[in-house]
Design a protein around this ligand. Sequence first.
Ligand code: FMN
Length: 141
Amino acid sequence: MKPVFLKRPVLASIVIILSAVAISVFLTKKEHSLQKTASGDFRKKLSEAALSQAAVENAPVTFLITAVFDRTTKKYGQRGLPYVLMEAGHAAQNLLLQAESLDMGAVPIGAFSSQKISELIQLSPKAQPLYLIPVGYFPDQ
Ligand SMILES: Cc1cc2nc3c(=O)[nH]c(=O)nc-3n(C[C@H](O)[C@H](O)[C@H](O)COP(=O)(O)O)c2cc1C
């Protein structure tokens, strides 16, 4: 029997990946590809925007989940607000599970300055940073 694929709704969030060498945006509409938007190592500045948390400074890659609330509130009204946060939580949980399955460490971080992060990566004013998730190997690996 042929598999049935459900039409996926537009993701309420934009996921941005900050690695030791570049910043990339995860594009869901273009076959789940990455688009590089800047080159360089932004980890030190990123960590400064997150109360100098060591995980953000040391991780080889940090995922930033942002929310574009009106994508969802256009359809669901005010009830769309928690939907966006729920979806960000689902995405974060998937990431944590995947990291765990690869014997890697990951930590969801909410303590940061939204303004500093937005400035650092020149985020569209529509997108609000919600979650930073540094991912890496444990020190004894
Ligand atoms: C929304 C949210 C924001 C969080 N922000 C931070 C943070 O900024 N820094 C941090 O060390 N832990 C933060 N935590 C907690 C960690 O993600 C993690 O849950 C906690 O360290 C417990 O992990 P453990 O059970 O593996 O010890 C946050 C948790 C949540 C749910």
